[in-house]
Design a protein around this ligand. Structure first.
Ligand SMILES: [Zn+2]
Length: 211
């Protein structure tokens, strides 16, 4: 399997689909650039998705919200507290592992002792304001749907949709994954295509089946 993945990664590079980000400076784990063919493929998928999910559907509208929200958004959604993975670090080689993926009590790389399990928040932190000491901590969004939820009232007030209706968004998301792998299937910066579909209470099963 690892062998096959290596072949796919190198084929994608040779054909100009996906390159490792910052490659001439040693690369950067979990970040990938889309090359000349990759960007065309990605744009085709995005525009097909937008056409079929938003433009031809009367009950779905689009949105393009910011990557950085007021941090209160992530408190309200529970991400500040619980958007975490269990983390253990090797006391010898300092590699970090997801506790739920470890087998046994020793470092799989060097056999060293591991720290206790800590909860590691996967949101990338950044700072708003010019002086870092007094600036406000903020986060790069780990998902696009919170931008939809916090604009729910704006959309209802302006478009006045009838239930059921949907709000869709395409955009970047960021997750500071502890362990990487599987090429662009688990990376730290990625693009999401997301639809939130709002229905009358009690009709959720029906609409779930419909989709
Ligand atoms: Zn180790």
């Amino acid at each position: 399997m690892a062998d096959l993945m290596e072949k796919i990664v190198s084929l994608c590079k040779r054909r100009g689909f996906v390159f490792p980000s910052s490659e001439i400076y040693g690369g950067i784990g979990g970040f990938w650039d889309f090359g000349p063919l990759g960007v065309e493929l990605k744009n085709n998928i995005k525009s097909w998705w937008w056409q079929t999910m938003v433009q031809i559907r009367e009950e779905v509208v689009g949105l393009d919200s910011t990557i950085i929200h007021n941090p209160k958004v992530w408190q309200a959604s529970g991400h500040t507290l619980s958007f975490t993975d269990p983390l253990r670090e090797c006391k010898s080689c300092h590699q970090r592992f997801r506790a739920d993926q470890l087998k046994g009590e020793k470092c799989p790389e060097c056999g060293g002792k591991l720290t206790e399990v800590k909860q590691f928040n996967l949101m990338f932190e950044t700072f708003i304001g010019s002086a870092k000491e007094t600036a406000n901590k903020a986060y790069l969004r780990p998902e696009t749907c919170q931008g939809i939820f916090v604009n729910f009232a704006n959309v209802v007030d302006t478009i006045q949709p009838k239930l059921p209706f949907g709000i869709a968004q395409i955009g970047k998301g960021f997750r500071n994954e502890i362990t990487l792998g599987n090429f662009i299937f688990r990376d730290r910066e990625f693009e999401m295509m997301e639809l939130e579909y709002f229905v009358k209470p009690g009709e959720d099963e029906k609409w779930f089946d419909y989709w």
